[in-house]
Ligand binder design. Sequence first.
Ligand code: F6P
Length: 547
Amino acid sequence: MRQPAINQLASYQRLQQHVAQARNWQMRDLFTQSPERFPAMTVSAAGLFLDYSKNRVNGTTVTLLCDLARERGLEAQRDAMFAGEKFNNTEKRAVLHTALRAPRTLKLNIDGQDVAQDVHAVLDRMAAFTKRVHSGQWLGYTGKKISDIVNIGIGGSDLGPKMVCLGLRMFAQPGIRMHFVSNVDGHDMDATLKQVNPETTLFIVASKTFTTMETMLNANTARSWFLRSGKEKDLPKHFVAVSTNTEGVKAFGIDTENMFPFWDWVGGRYSVWSAIGLPVALAVGYENFAAFLAGAHAMDAHFRTAPMESNMPMIMGLIGLWNRNFLGLSSLTIAPYHHDLARFPAYLQQLIMESNGKTVMKDGSPVGVATCPALWGDIGTNGQHAYFQLLHQGADVIPIDFIASLKAGHALPGHQDALLANCFAQAEAFMRGKTADEVRDDLRAQKLSDADIEMLVPHRTFPGNRPSNMILMEELTPSALGALIALYEHITFVQGVLWGVNSFDQWGVELGKVLAQNIQQELTGEVMPERHDSSTNGLIARARAAK
Ligand code: F6P
């Protein structure tokens, strides 16, 4: 288990020497020098196409990065994860989200559990349940068909299904409206309950642990709201659970007949493929959910078998590491040029930052270098009219992952070409920039005076040389979305292995949870405690006074 920090590896030190030259490269020169750059720096996998040529790398950089991955034993660690080794060492758990999308024929036994058999037994139940809801065999307590589904969950029990339901909107089943309540802020639940009718609403209480404060409070609120119309005996028709905690589900009062289980070897942020994906199956039909799993499985197969130099998750993971550790870039923007991927950046924030936002290695020793960049973003073209100014001319260089589908899911004329033109143009602009001489030529052509030209040149110059990846899919289908998510899961894995962190625990979220429990008692209690710092005491006092 003990391994050296990444910066102690010989291949890392070779990269440090290499970056001394690479820092001076201009990507526009790299393109001029090598007409083969595009074909050499593109990869296809599982229906996705990656162009990574607009990064500050050359062939040697890629070779040296692959050396680093090999010295770290990336391929062996990947195989160990797929084989079900207890990769999550602080929780002593296997990491097997890949088994959730594997075929029935998978042979994998974990602590006596036949994984494929259990996974497919739950998938079969999800398929049957989905069919019953859609066909109207599953009825509400007054005999009416279910029209609204409210998923109550947070983090991994919310972000995945919510993002995918929106992403696959074009495949939605008619007659079913999806709602997602996650926030402990009652405005979230309040706004949702105002839109639904207890007779025709199905609540899915989704929580891996079934102890998460937000979800339990929201589920109890939903239950009380339902009981204002229905009776206790009607609850099973309107509440189902998705969890690993059978006892917790029972204690809440949900019949375990109506519980869809998963297992502790599925991390919350990797769980959309499990029963946590039930809202997806209900929204788009089980066939489409199965295609979504198959797309992810195709990416798994690529990740397991493709040579490193043409392995999409490995290449993207390594280039991300190059940007972070060698070029010192501390943030990453996700720019989906597809309106239905609006929730994708938020989804990736949990996936990537909860996984790799760490500074110690698996054995507790320091990582020794910077780790996960801060990740943010929004859909194109909206982002262009908001923060792209900073991306083009701001003081920080921020790499961008562009994601686009070649075909649209609508037939409105003109829109798709306009969208793709903007997407490709932004990537070109970030790479090329615009020199002072190019600005002068443009302004002269517009017949501006020399004085005006010189005044404008510094403002209208773009440094360029700003890295980006371009990920293209044919169309945003269930299978393409499955592959896209799996791609980012594996990128996260690759970087976690290189840094030596445990990408599958999340101890960093615990401290705030414990302190919130204490403060909640203080907000509702009789006595005003004075045991915090003066700021926290002062804030509690103001909140109490406002009651
Ligand atoms: O607080 C973080 C976290 O544990 C996430 O990792 C998880 O996805 C989320 O809370 C929700 O947890 P649960 O599904 O157990 O309610």
